[in-house]
Write a protein that binds this ligand. Sequence first.
Ligand code: ADP
Ligand code: MG
Length: 262
Amino acid sequence: MSGPRVLTFANQKGGVGKTTTVACLGAALAEAGRRVLLVDLDPQACLTFSVGLDPDAIEVSLYEVMLGLVDPRAVVVGTEEGPDLLPASIDLAGCEARLLPVQDREYRLRQALTRIAEDGRSYDDILIDCPPTLGMLTINGLTAADALIIPMQCETLAYRGVGQLLDTVTIDVVGITNPNLRILGVLPTLYDGRTAHSREVLADISQRYGVDVLEPAIPRTIRFAEAPAAGRTLLATDSASKGAKAYRKLAKSLLGPEFANF
Ligand code: ADP
Ligand code: MG
């Protein structure tokens, strides 16, 4: 029996669609019959909120999990659209400082996911939403994963910082904590295919950093802004929209032969 496939979504730039991607792709994978666990590593708890939970009403969160204070299995909650969630709370903001003296601090999330995989609670896909930093929470998100996807907005200079992210990934993670991490590529988000500029940015990134550009690009549409307040993803609030379709297509591609062997 193979374990779950763990995908992490990181980019230290905020507002590039990490959280939206984790929520929507998770919903799309669940629709396709996969057992999905979402992990909210961001103290701002936007993922937790956008799948319908109130971060302020959560009693135990990933914070206690990261500090080893609770069994991670006791923290997992269900969501309306199918995926389970390891929720964040504002407490998570104090987590990095608390982890400083901890010896195996980079491995806390990985250990928790291993624990969850024991005892029959099994998932096909685990999707991790990283905070917009390259700190210890993101390092945990990268250390726990089989593969990394970098959501990126196709705008001028959007790629500044990608070099720094890739340095962290290769030096600190692949070099030390997780040699098997595979960089799947950049996922273009907030994409406006009508402008030549977006296409140029994509071609440039791929060439400059030697990373693949994943398909399909996620179109920019105002619909996305409306979904989180409803506690549902775009797949539920506007199922036929082009944004929802793009995430279904991405889910299908990730389940296809090109990505079968990790
Ligand atoms: P991050 O997690 O990287 O900070 P978010 O997923 O929270 O980014 O997205 C930032 C903002 O952009 C949110 O208000 C979200 O609703 C919006 N957004 C995300 N993806 C799209 C899109 N494809 N089109 C339009 N707005 C989007
Ligand atoms: Mg986010």
